[in-house]
Write a protein that binds this ligand. Structure first.
Ligand SMILES: [Cu+2]
Length: 457
C-alpha cells in the first residue's frame, strides 16, 4: 500500500490550509484559531516521524520500473484522495466554526468602543458576551437641555447609541429669592433629553465629577432588568462606568439617580427624560419642547456671618418626609419658563414631552387657555391618543406627551392645576405670536387682567 505517500501529501495540504486559516484569523477573528490550533498541534506530523521519513527515503531510491510505469495513475489517485480528504475536513471545520471565510458575515464590521485598543486578542477577552448587537453601527446621541428636544430620528434601523452623562453639583438659583446646591446630570436640572429609537442599544457612559464625594448612578425606566441599570452604573467620585441597555419598548421614560437615600438624590435634581421613538414616530408637529416638573424641600435660610439672612437654602429631610414641598417648579427653577417662555406661531401644533421627577407629588398638568388636542396618556405611543383633554394626571416617576393646536395668539400659562403650587413656583409661559383671531376669541372691550395676577401676564 502507498499510505506513506498520502501522508506527506495531506500534511502539505493541511499545513497550507493552517497557514491560510491563520491569516484569516489574524485579520478577522482569533476564536477560530484558538479552537483549531490545539487539534492541529496535537496531531503528530507525518513529516517529523523518523519511520515515515525512512519509508519516503527508501521509496525514492529504489527506482522500481514497474512502480514507475504506474506512477502517473498513482499520483493522480493520491492527489484526488488527498484533495477530497482536505475538502471534507475543511467543510467540516467551517461548519464547526473553526474556520471562517472572508465571505462569512458573522464577525463584527464595526469598532467596539468598549474594546481595549491593544489588539484583537485582548478585545476578544474583554468584549461582553451578551447584547448580540455588537455589529450595530455606532451613533453619538444628540443631547439637549430643557426646554429643547433633539430632532426626530429618521433612520429605520437600530444603532449602538452613545450617551455620556456626568454628575456635577452646582449652586444656582432655585426660586427668585433663593439659591440651592443642585445635584445635576450634565450641569442641568432636569438632565439632558435623550432621544433614541426602539431597538437601539444605549451605550451609557456615566462619570462622577461631584466633588462632594457622593456616589451616583442611573435608574432608567426604559431599561429592562432589576434596578433599571442602577447597580451597573454606580460611580464614585472621579470614576467612569459604561453599561449597555437594549431599548425594547417605545415611550417617554424617566431616568434618575437611585443611590440611597434615593429620595434625596431625586429631590436635589437628578432626573431627566429618555424618549424611545416607536418604529413609526408620532405625527410630525411644528414645535417640540421638554418640560419636567419637580419639587424641592428646603430649610429656612440661616443667618450669614454678617447677620443677614443667607440667599442660599439647604435640603430639608423633615420637609421631604412630610411631603411638604417648599418649591414646585418646571425645568428646575421658578424662572426657567417665565423668563424664557416657550414660543410658537399661530396655528402651530406644539408638542410637550412632559415628565414628573417628583419625588412625591402627582402633577395635574394643564395649560390655561387651550386643551390638549392629543394626549398620549402615560406616554403610551402605541395606542391611539386621547383627544381634547383639559388636564392630565402625571404621577411621580411618570410622563405624558401632549399636542396643542395654537389657534389664538397670546400668552398661555403652564401650571400644575393643584393650583396652590402656583405659589411655590409651578408656572411657565408659552407665547404664541400672530394676528388676533376674533372669529374664535372676541370682546369689544380690551383685556383687563386682575391686579397681582400670577396666571395671566
Ligand atoms: Cu445621585
Amino acid at each position: 500500500m502507498h499510505i506513506p505517500v498520502i501522508y506527506p501529501t495531506m500534511n502539505t495540504a493541511f499545513s497550507s490550509l493552517y497557514c491560510t486559516k491563520s491569516r484569516f484569523a489574524s485579520v478577522a477573528t482569533v476564536r477560530g484559531t484558538r479552537r483549531l490550533a490545539p487539534r492541529l498541534r496535537s496531531s503528530p506530523s507525518p513529516l517529523r516521524s523518523p519511520l515515515l521519513a525512512r519509508h519516503i527515503s527508501t521509496k525514492s531510491t529504489e527506482g522500481i520500473a514497474r512502480d514507475r510505469s504506474n506512477n502517473g495513475t498513482r499520483v493522480k489517485y493520491v492527489l484526488f484522495l488527498s484533495t477530497a480528504a482536505t475538502l471534507s475536513w475543511f467543510l467540516y471545520a467551517q461548519q464547526q466554526g473553526a474556520v471562517r471565510l472572508d465571505s462569512d458575515k458573522k464577525y463584527s464590521t464595526h469598532p467596539d468602543p468598549l474594546a481595549p485598543k491593544n489588539g484583537i486578542q485582548d478585545a476578544q477577552k474583554k468584549t461582553p458576551k451578551s447584547l448580540d448587537d455588537l455589529d450595530l453601527p455606532i451613533e453619538k446621541a444628540i443631547l439637549t437641555t430643557a426646554p429643547n428636544v433633539p430632532p426626530p430620528i429618521t433612520r429605520d434601523y437600530p444603532v449602538l447609541l452613545d450617551v455620556d452623562l456626568t454628575t456635577v453639583s452646582k449652586l444656582e438659583q432655585l426660586t427668585n429669592q433663593y439659591k440651592y446646591e443642585k445635584w445635576t446630570f450634565n450641569n442641568s436640572v432636569p438632565g439632558p433629553f435623550i432621544r433614541a429609537r426602539v431597538g437601539d442599544v444605549l451605550n451609557l457612559r456615566i462619570t462622577n465629577h461631584d466633588e462632594s464625594g457622593m456616589p451616583h448612578n442611573i435608574d432608567c425606566h426604559a431599561f429592562v432588568g432589576p434596578g433599571g441599570g442602577s447597580a451597573l452604573t454606580t460611580v464614585n467620585e472621579g470614576e467612569t462606568k459604561t453599561a449597555r441597555f437594549k431599548l425594547p419598548n417605545p415611550g417617554l421614560y424617566i431616568y434618575h439617580c437611585a443611590v440611597g437615600p434615593v429620595g434625596v438624590h431625586i429631590a436635589n435634581g437628578m432626573y431627566g427624560l429618555l424618549y424611545v421613538q416607536p418604529e413609526q414616530d408620532l405625527p410630525a408637529v411644528d414645535k417640540e419642547y421638554y418640560v419636567m416638573q419637580s419639587e424641592f424641600y428646603h430649610e429656612p435660610p440661616e443667618a450669614d456671618d454678617d447677620g443677614q439672612m443667607s440667599s442660599t437654602v439647604e435640603f430639608s429631610w423633615p420637609h421631604a418626609l412630610r411631603e411638604a414641598a417648599d418649591v414646585v417648579v418646571f425645568n428646575g427653577s421658578e424662572a426657567a419658563l417665565t423668563e424664557k417662555p416657550l414660543k410658537a406661531s399661530l396655528d402651530d401644533t406644539v408638542r410637550i414631552f412632559f415628565g414628573n421627577g417628583g419625588p412625591n407629588f402627582t402633577s395635574s398638568f394643564h395649560v390655561i387657555g387651550t386643551c390638549f388636542s392629543k394626549v398620549y396618556r402615560d406616554s403610551d405611543v402605541l395606542s391611539p391618543p386621547a383627544q381634547c383633554v383639559q388636564t392630565v394626571s402625571v404621577p411621580a416617576g411618570g410622563s405624558t406627551i401632549v399636542d396643542m393646536k395654537m389657534v389664538v395668539p397670546g400668552t398661555y400659562t403652564i401650571v400644575d392645576h393643584a393650583i396652590f403650587r402656583l405659589e411655590k413656583g409651578a408656572k411657565g409661559f408659552l407665547n404664541v405670536s400672530g394676528e388676533p383671531r376674533p372669529s374664535l376669541y372676541y370682546s369689544a372691550q380690551p383685556p383687563q387682567p386682575c391686579e397681582g395676577c400670577k396666571l395671566h401676564p
